[in-house]
Design a binder for this molecule. Sequence first.
Ligand SMILES: Cc1ncc(COP(=O)(O)O)c(C=O)c1O
Length: 427
Amino acid sequence: MFSRDSEGRATVAGRPLGAILDAAGVTTPAYVYDLGAMEAEACELMGAFGEQPHLVAYAVKANTAGAVIRTLAAAGCGAEVGSAAELAVAVRAGLTPDRLLLSGMGKTVAAIDAAISSGDRGIRAIQVDSVDELSRIADRARSLGRRARVALRVNPGVMADTHEAIATGHDDAKFGIAMRDLDAAYSALGRGVADLELVGLGGHVGSQLTRTDEYLEGARAILAIAAAVPSAVRRPSADGARLELVDFGGGFGIDYGDGCPVRPADFARAATLLVQEGMPGATLVVEPGRSLVGAHGSLVASVVATKRSGSRRWLVLDAGMTDLLRPALYGARHRIESLDAAPTSTDPTWRVVGPVCESTDDFGEFSLGDPPPSRVVIRDAGAYGYTMASHYNGRGFPAEVFVHADGRIATSNAHDAASWIEGRSAS
Ligand SMILES: Cc1ncc(COP(=O)(O)O)c(C=O)c1O
């Protein structure tokens, strides 16, 4: 957990961040992750389901580090993956096929084949994003001599109260099968019934949800659809009708500094009640990414320059949009604080920016004192941080440091600037 010690130094897992970087032997920019806190986060969420059969499928896209996936898998999580590569990383982290879900639009043949071929009967479910995709998956299953376990990702037509770029369940969203296309999906399922096994239904209304309302609205819509699935396409089961699982997606919000009144467990408890009423016996799947890892990663950066131009004071970091894209991508604000003791006077306001050749490489305005600190910490960067990193401007990827629950420190620095220079020069 991020905190400050008695000397005012920023700490993670009770240790000063600066000392963690020294022990790891890395320089800035560097992500530091608290694996023990991620594990505690997963345990708290899983405890909220009580006796309800459930699968917490960690959305690997939030943070693909093997150490993170292994930590969450050991705590009992499965994984939701969005590509063949993410599937491979999850498998290498030890996740068995029954704990894996493949989603995403535009799935490649490689991803579909890997999902169908995993283990004895394929992964738990391929979440089908369109009617057309059903036929593609049926074709691949036939070629592989297998039956593909599929779940329909439905777009429940819900506008989530979040940033428009991460609201995904409304009528104009690119994801999922629209309600009006469900009949066509059932027809395609009927045609492919020899190759496809419909095991569930799901949806994902959006990310960074700070209230449960729209999540539950989406959940109710999905349960209503599940109740009306034609018997011709349902998987035969002991009671003749039931689907094996229902998946309400991820999206549980975290506190980026403005507060977040609900905890992931609040979503889980409310969703459990709905499933117990509407689909008793089904496995309830949730797909949290951000809420498991976001608050437990910090990006440490050094100040490389200060300057005054116009009416502004600029503070230029060695971390930018190539390390943490969210501010440039959709105006996200991350708290930026001094790594060492916080300044006694918070004036003046600095416009904190990265070194990349884009005006949107801008983290916003922060009061960091005068003189400003030499190193800062960008908080709550554990989700959609490193996974969105790029080599733009020939920049290396930031280092990553993992603080294990037992105090061990490990690093990964696989894509530094030197390997980028090698790769580009050889092309
Ligand atoms: C299908 C799906 N599931 C799960 C997630 C994870 O969302 P979050 O990180 O907000 O929990 C996403 C995020 O984009 C998603 O698209």
